[in-house]
Design a protein around this ligand. Structure first.
Ligand SMILES: *Cc1c(COP(=O)(O)O)cnc(C)c1O
Length: 468
C-alpha cells in the first residue's frame, strides 16, 4: 500500500509531460492521424450537440485514459489477480468499486465491463440459459438492441418478446403485466434508449414477482439523473442494474453492473450461487479477460465528479433544459412524442412535416447541429431512415446552456427544418442563404459555450469544423 504513497508531486508533472510527448511524437511521425484527431477536436468544440447519448468527459478523465496504467495486465479482481505488479491497479479498481457503490447505494459493483452492451450480455448469461423467454422494450418503441432485438445476441439466443408504448407515448404497465402473464418470461428488462418519461421500477418489480421473473434495469441513459435523485433509483428494485459510464455519468466508454438488496439472493437454478457471485464469474472469466485498467481509473474519476453538488446542479439543468427544449419545439408546431419529457430526451415526430428522420438529421448536420434520427411510435420507415428525431440536453447543459437558451437552439433547428427541401427520404436541398446564416449562429453559440475546462485554443479554428 505504501508503494503508491512514495510517488511525489513530480509524478503529476510527468503525466502532463507524457501527454505532451505523445502529442509531439504523433504530430511528427503520423501527421495524417494527428490532423484527423485535431479536426475532430475542433468539430466537437464547434458543433451544437443535441445527441441524446452525448457527453463531454472532463480533461482529468482524459488524463486517466492516457495513463500508462494501461500497460498492466490484471486478470482477476483486487487482491486476487493472476499477474504480478497489480498493487496500484488493485487500489484503482477498489476505489472505482467503492465510489460506484456509494454513488448508487449499491451492495455490489463490477466496474470491469467494457461497455453497457457487454454488461447486458454478461448479466443475461449469468441469469439465463439459451432459449429462455425474456421480455424487453421493443427496439422500435425505444428499447435497446440488447433488450431482445433479433439483430443482437439477445434476440437470437433467447426467446424475446417486446412491449411498447400506448397511444400517449408512454409505457403501459398494465399491458406489460398482461404480456408477462401470457409469455411467462424468466427475465424482464426495463430501461430504454429513446424514452422521455420516468420508468417505474417498483411497478416492473411487482410484475416480475407476480410471474416469477428476474428484473434487469438498464439505466444507461438516465444514470446521472438517478445519481442526482431526479429519477427513481432501480438498484433495490431490480435484481441487476446495468449502465454505461459514458452518457450521463460523463465518464469513459464502458459499462457498470450494480446489485442492491438482491446481491445475496440465490440465482434460480444456479447451484447455490448468489447473484453477486454469478455476476463476478460472468464478467471474468466467462466473458472478459483482463480489464482495461486505464478505463477503470477514468470511471473512478468520473464517479468522484458525479458525487459533487455541482453535478446535482448539472443534472437539474439537464432536465430543465429538456423541458424548455420540448416546450419550444411544441410552440414551433412540432409533435413531441408523449407531449413532453421527464428526463434529458426530447423525441420529435416528423411524420406530418414530410421530412424523414434521415433528411432532418443530415440537413441539421450540414449547419453544425447534431441530433439523431429515431423511430417514433407507428413509424413506417426503416431504422436507417425513420420519421423522427431524438434530441438530448446532456452536452448543452454541461457547456453552460440553460433553459432560457433552449428557444434559441430550437429556433436554429426549426429554421433549417422549415427551409430544407426533401428529395425523397434520403436527399435534400438546403438553400445557401439559410445554411450560411444558421452556421454562423451555431458557431457564435458554440463560442459562447466552450467545452468545460478544455483549453480555449481548441476553439481557434482555422478550417471548417464540418464539411459543407
Ligand atoms: C447506449 C445504451 C447501451 C449501450 O451502451 P454501449 O456501452 O455503447 O454498449 C445499452 N443500453 C441502453 C439502454 C443504452 O441506451
Amino acid at each position: 500500500m505504501t508503494v503508491s504513497a512514495h510517488s511525489d508531486a513530480r509524478s503529476g508533472i510527468s503525466v502532463a509531460r507524457l501527454a505532451e510527448r505523445g502529442a509531439d511524437l504523433l504530430r511528427q511521425e503520423d501527421p495524417d492521424l494527428h490532423a484527423i484527431l485535431d479536426r475532430e477536436n475542433r468539430r466537437q468544440a464547434r458543433s451544437l450537440v443535441m445527441v441524446a447519448s452525448s457527453s463531454v468527459v472532463d480533461p482529468s478523465v482524459l488524463a486517466c485514459l492516457a495513463s500508462p496504467v494501461v500497460n498492466v495486465t490484471a486478470e482477476g479482481y483486487p487482491g486476487r489477480r493472476y499477474h504480478a505488479g497489480c498493487a496500484q491497479v488493485d487500489e484503482i479498481e477498489q476505489l472505482a468499486i467503492d465510489r460506484a457503490r456509494r454513488l448508487f447505494g449499491a451492495e455490489y459493483a463490477n466496474v470491469q465491463p467494457h461497455s453497457a452492451s457487454v454488461a447486458n450480455e454478461l448479466a443475461l448469461s449469468a441469469l439465463l440459459r439459451p432459449g429462455d423467454v425474456i421480455l424487453g422494450m421493443d427496439l422500435h418503441q425505444g428499447g435497446h438492441l440488447t433488450h431482445g432485438s433479433r439483430a443482437s445476441f439477445s434476440g437470437q439466443y433467447f426467446q424475446a418478446h417486446g412491449y411498447g408504448l400506448d397511444e400517449h407515448g408512454r409505457i403501459d404497465i398494465g399491458a406489460v403485466r398482461a404480456l408477462a402473464r401470457r409469455t411467462r418470461p424468466r427475465l424482464i428488462i426495463c430501461g430504454a434508449t429513446a424514452y422521455s418519461r420516468t420508468v417505474d421500477f417498483a411497478a416492473f418489480r411487482s410484475v416480475a414477482d407476480e410471474v416469477g421473473a428476474l428484473l434487469l434495469a438498464d439505466i444507461s441513459h438516465v444514470a446521472g439523473l438517478v445519481v442526482a435523485g431526479l429519477h427513481p433509483n432501480p438498484v433495490d428494485h431490480a435484481h441487476i442494474t446495468t449502465t454505461c459510464t459514458h452518457k450521463q455519468l460523463f465518464g469513459p466508454r464502458g459499462g457498470l453492473v450494480l446489485l442492491g438488496r438482491d446481491a445475496t439472493t440465490p440465482v434460480p437454478g444456479g447451484h447455490g450461487s448468489t447473484l453477486a457471485e454469478a455476476m463476478q464469474r460472468s464478467v471474468f472469466p466467462f466473458f472478459q479477460g483482463a480489464p482495461a485498467v486505464n478505463v477503470i481509473a477514468a470511471k473512478a474519476r468520473a464517479f468522484d465528479r458525479c458525487a459533487t453538488t455541482e453535478f446535482r446542479d448539472l443534472a437539474a439543468r439537464i432536465v430543465d433544459d429538456a423541458r424548455a427544449l420540448a416546450d419550444a419545439f411544441a410552440r414551433f408546431g412540432y409533435r413531441v412524442v408523449s407531449g413532453g419529457t421527464d428526463n434529458h430526451i426530447v423525441l420529435l415526430d416528423l411524420t406530418d412535416t414530410g421530412l424523414s428522420g434521415l433528411v432532418a438529421q443530415n440537413a441539421l448536420e450540414s449547419v453544425g447541429i447534431l441530433v439523431n434520427k429515431n423511430h417514433v411510435p407507428g413509424d413506417r420507415r426503416p431504422a436507417s431512415v425513420t420519421s423522427g428525431l431524438r434530441l438530448g440536453t446532456n452536452t448543452l447543459a454541461v457547456r453552460g446552456a440553460g433553459p432560457v437558451d433552449m428557444p434559441t437552439c430550437a429556433r436554429l433547428a426549426d429554421r433549417v427544418l422549415r427551409a430544407v427541401q426533401p428529395r425523397g427520404d434520403r436527399d435534400f436541398h438546403l438553400d445557401a442563404g439559410t445554411a450560411e446564416q444558421v452556421s454562423a449562429d451555431v458557431a457564435a453559440l458554440c463560442e459562447r459555450w466552450p467545452l468545460p475546462r478544455y483549453p480555449a485554443d481548441d476553439l481557434a479554428c482555422t478550417t471548417p469544423a464540418w464539411p459543407s
